[in-house]
Write a protein that binds this ligand. Structure first.
Ligand code: 5GP
Length: 114
């Protein structure tokens, strides 16, 4: 499978600002944050995008989503609130073909990201 920048981050070949890691996920700060807190959570078992979740026998979705909520709580976002975004494909602006959830918070967010 194509090696994306997130494959390289997961292998430690490219530096990243890690905020959390466990057996299921790796979470790190986005290089171009769109909110005061902007963290990406990737599953260690790779899928290309949200659209592949239907065939995701290899990925435990419960553990993945629990880990995203855990990361948001570590980041101190639970009380004030946060948003989780998954982009799939061109219209959503997906730029990296490695499934990643964006956690955004730290300020009131409009309904859309822009
Ligand atoms: P997408 O648009 O695919 O949903 O999100 C990809 C995200 O990855 C973008 O928000 C972008 O800023 C972030 N990103 C791209 N390259 C790097 C990188 O090398 N390091 C980090 N930490 N984030 C990156």
């Amino acid at each position: 499978m194509n090696q994306t920048i997130f494959d390289k981050i997961l292998r430690g070949e490219i530096p990243s600002d890690k905020v959390y890691e466990d057996e299921w996920v790796y979470a790190f700060r986005d290089i171009a944050p769109r909110a005061p807190v902007h963290v990406l959570v990737i599953p260690k078992k790779k899928l290309k995008s949200f659209a592949e979740l239907g065939s995701a026998d290899s990925l435990d979705l419960g553990e993945y989503f629990k880990a995203i909520a855990h990361v948001a709580s570590i980041l101190g976002l639970e009380n004030d609130g946060y948003r989780v975004i998954f982009n799939h494909g061109e219209n959503a602006g997906q730029t990296v073909d490695y499934l990643h959830g964006h956690i955004l918070g730290g300020r009131p967010l409009g309904f859309l990201a822009h």
